[in-house]
Each structure stands twice: as structure tokens, then as C-alpha cells.
Design a protein around this ligand. Sequence first.
Ligand code: SF4
Ligand code: FES
Length: 254
Amino acid sequence: MASKYININLKIWRQKNANSKGEMKTYKLDQVSTDSSFLEMLDQLNEQLINNREEPVAFDHDCREGICGMCSLYINGRAHGPDNAITTCQLHMRKFKDGDTIYVEPWRAKAFPVIKDLVVDRSAFDRIQQAGGFVSVNTSGRTMDANAIPIAKIDADKAFEAAICIGCGACVASCKNASAMLFVSAKVSQLALLPQGKVEAKERVMNMVRQMDEEGFGNCTNTGACSVECPKEISLDNIARMNREYMKAMVTAE
Ligand code: SF4
Ligand code: FES
């Protein structure tokens, strides 16, 4: 398909730092190739701003191929924009029409404070991971080959499906309660389903849920927006599994 060029209007959240009050600013951007990605369009805007001696828009990105989970933008009222099962960096300008006005905002959640413009602090997710999202195996050289432990195909598949969570935070941003249950349940599930993860299962789920609550995320009220907007289509089944793991841990707690 031949590439096309469109002219767009952008309404972008600008905020100097964590303590300042932000506001939506309007920019006009011409000659945007419909083949460019959303982030390439923002690069083009920033070149225009720099040429005009204006401050470029700060936004997060790293891999630009749907792996790292950094490119967290709320576009026209949807996490990662108007497409399904993709991250912002995988969104293309062909999804928009000539003359469109596009609203671009950062994630909105108390536990993800804005640092600057479109960049939020997602270190709350790191602290949840550090609270239990790991397996303490001895890697001193006498470790058993992981392939030597037979695992039912159905469990391996479910563990992989949970493990593809990239920690982007779209689930939190889409949830009316800013709940982190989908993210935490994916991290709990990927280990709870495998024999290697069962040894520390009790402490893991209790510590990760405690840290999630301490970070100020809201409660889950089974709305399901998190899973609908998740770029990796993480299933709500993981939340049910985490709740079961948590109840089991509570019942057997000493
Ligand atoms: S569950 Fe989905 S939306 Fe939430 S952090 Fe993981 S990949 Fe992102
Ligand atoms: S920049 Fe890495 S997922 Fe988008």
C-alpha cells in the first residue's frame, strides 16, 4: 500500500516536573507519514519543537517493538491507543485520518506519579517484583537442568501466557480503581504454575500482595477493563488464580 501523508492536531499533556501543575497544550503537525509509528510521529513533533527552540515532549520508550513496556501513553482515552493487543510503539499513524485531533496523556494513577510530561514513575511495579517475583535457586554449578523436570503441557502454556506480561501498567491506567491485580497476578501465576515456583509460593503471594497494597493501588472490582486493554491480552483467570494462592497461603499461615 502506498504511503500517505496526513496533517494532525495534537493535544499533549505538558508538565514541567512532579510538583508542577500540568496542562494540555495544542500542536499542529503536518506531513506525517501514515507508515510511521506513533513514537516516530512524536519524534517528528520534537524535531519541530527543537527547531522552534521549544522544549521537546518527554516520553518513555526503549525497545520500540512491544517488548520492554516503557511506551506507556493514554491516546484518545485508551491505554496504548485505538487498537487492540499492541503497545504504543506498535501503533501506526494509519490508524488516524487527515485532520484528526489526537489527545495524548500519561498514565493516571496515584501509584504512578508523573515525572515530566508523558513520563510516569512506575517503580512501584519494580518494588512489587522485588517483594517476591523471583525463584531462589542455587546457581552454583550443581543446579538441575530445568528440562529434566517434567511439566504438564497445559501448565507450561498457562505459565508462558502469564509470563508475557511486560509490566507496562496499561492495566492500572485502564482500571477505574487503578488496581494492579492483573500485573501482580500474572507475576504470581507464572511461578505458581511451575514446580520451581511452588517452594516459595506462600511467601511470594503474601509479600507481593502486601507490597501492592502499600504502593497505593486500588482494589479489583471485576470490571475487566485491565484485560481488554492489556497489550499482551493477559487473562483475568490469573487474578482468580492469585486469589486462590492468597487464600491457600492465609489458611496455612503459621
Ligand atoms: S498485565 Fe498487561 S497491561 Fe498489565 S502490566 Fe502486564 S502487559 Fe501491561
Ligand atoms: S518501547 Fe518497548 S514496548 Fe514500546
